[in-house]
Design a protein around this ligand. Structure first.
Ligand code: B4P
Length: 187
């Protein structure tokens, strides 16, 4: 299974990706997590990414695309993967297609997790108290949601047109949402 998981900030992408990957035995590739690990380690990639992330803006495609191309070429991604948080722009959609074509393969499905705006703000503010992420302040969360609506929401229609879109309601408990995703994938 080669899949992407999409949805607004706080919809549950990272949360659900972990369970789906465990269930399907595929690697979980989260661009957000790769960026955060680099920020923490103080690498040049992290220094560049943090300029954008703490304001709620997207890291430039030139940086993100190269990072994903390298990661997808690793051996553990050869038979399947779940990309979490990538693609986020139309340019990234084109780049992902080019990367996969170069690897002699293509995407099987794109899962969109939908969620109510106010509920996801509450989830992220709750995460802020638990994890202290720099981009989980209310002002930055609202900016991330604006950027999502502008740059990423149009991708849903692109994957719909390709005939590989699965839409899943992200409201309810974590277990309920995982159940919905796995039954949609099985169907
Ligand atoms: P991400 O790490 O992808 O951040 P996110 O949108 O907040 O999703 P995340 O996976 O962390 O949270 P989730 O919804 O699972 O990206 C962070 C930043 O990195 C971006 O803003 C951008 O700057 C940069 N970036 C990443 N990818 C990029 C790309 N491709 N191009 C450019 N820039 C990029 O969970 C949220 C919270 O809700 C959690 O606390 C969780 O416990 C809770 N939750 C989840 N499901 C729940 C449920 N059903 N009920 C109750 N709570 C739930």
């Amino acid at each position: 299974m080669r899949m992407v998981i999409m949805g607004p900030p706080g919809a549950g992408k990272g949360t659900q990706a972990k369970f789906v990957c465990e269930s399907l035995s595929i690697p979980h590739i989260s661009t957000g997590e790769i960026f955060r690990a680099n920020v923490k380690a103080g690498t040049p990639l992290g220094v560049e990414a943090s300029k954008y992330m703490h304001k709620g803006e997207y890291v430039p495609d030139s940086v993100t695309n190269a990072m994903v191309a390298d990661r997808l070429a690793e051996a553990d991604a050869a038979d399947g993967f779940l990309l979490d948080g990538y693609p986020r722009t139309l340019e990234q959609v084109g780049e992902l297609d080019r990367i996969l074509t170069g690897l002699g393969t293509s995407l099987d499905c794109a899962v969109e997790i939908t969620a109510d705006a106010e509920a996801i703000i509450a989830r992220l503010l709750n995460r802020a108290t638990l994890e202290g992420r720099a981009d989980d302040t209310e002002e930055v969360i609202r900016r991330r949601m604006e950027v999502y609506a502008l740059e990423t929401e149009p991708l849903v229609a692109v994957y719909g047109d390709k005939g590989i879109l699965i839409q899943v309601d992200g409201m309810g408990s974590v277990e309920e949402v995982t159940g919905r995703i796995l039954s949609a994938l099985n169907a």
